[in-house]
Design a protein around this ligand. Structure first.
Ligand code: CA
Length: 234
């Protein structure tokens, strides 16, 4: 299946057993999701910052950081839906997972159809909470985006943006020239509930400027408002 990675919902699979990861990847890609894989909790936490999954599936029995600690760390900074995967026999794990901040659970061995339904339920919940907007075209000067297809253009030329770059540009463009602080962007794009590390935003803006500005060192569109944040100028 040809997947538009920028527009497909993404599921991060945190699982140390390669065979199970493969089964999950195959199933989830068939369902139309972009799949991110992490074989340890450490890797999951760093990948979640770079790629911003829409749903996270966490096996609780991991080498290194325990799955419960992965759930707690993600929940401390993000509202991303988290589903824990537990051994069937272990109801203690289910309770601990939900108390750590998971939204739902599946038990091994799981039925793929059931897992699919659980993921869709989480995505529906998030979509209704955030009231997803579906404007056709939004423009700011020479920069135009199509939120429905996650395409972006400058002077009519397509821009090759990552999923996160697109989301930041979308927030700035939909703000209509008003300033967004780093915390605004962390909350809206990365889903941070509390204040997070603003450097994640600064690095992203740096990469985005390299793609949309003629001279990234002297930005004309994606400008810094000192002491406040960033805005997009026509
Ligand atoms: Ca495991």
């Amino acid at each position: 299946m040809l997947l538009n990675r920028a527009v497909a919902k993404s599921v991060m699979v945190v699982e140390d057993e390669p065979e199970i990861r493969l089964v999950l990847r195959t199933f989830l890609e068939d369902e139309g999701y972009a799949v991110l894989e992490a074989d340890t909790g450490e890797r999951a936490l760093s990948l979640a910052l770079d790629e911003i999954p829409d749903v996270v599936l966490v096996d609780l029995r991991l080498p290194g950081i325990h799955g419960l600690d992965v759930v707690r760390s993600m929940r401390a900074t993000s509202t991303v839906p988290i589903i824990v995967v537990t051994a069937q026999a272990d109801s203690h794990d289910v309770v601990a997972g939900l108390e750590a901040g998971a939204d739902d659970y599946v038990t091994k061995p799981f039925e793929p159809k059931e897992l699919g339904a659980r993921i869709r339920a989480q995505l529906r919940r998030i979509a209704s909470e955030t009231g997803e907007q579906r404007q056709d075209v939004v423009a700011c000067g020479p920069i135009v985006i199509r939120p429905g297809t996650a395409e972006a253009f400058k002077d009519g030329e397509p821009l090759a943006l990552s999923r996160t770059e697109f989301r930041v540009l979308q927030e700035l463009i939909q703000e209509g020239g008003r300033v967004l602080s780093r915390d605004d962007l962390l909350r809206r794009v990365w889903g941070y509930g509390n204040a997070g590390d603003g450097r994640v935003v600064d690095n992203l803006i740096y990469r985005l400027r390299a793609k949309i500005e003629v001279d990234a060192a002297k930005p004309e569109h994606l400008v810094t408002v000192r002491g406040f944040g960033y805005r997009l100028k026509p």
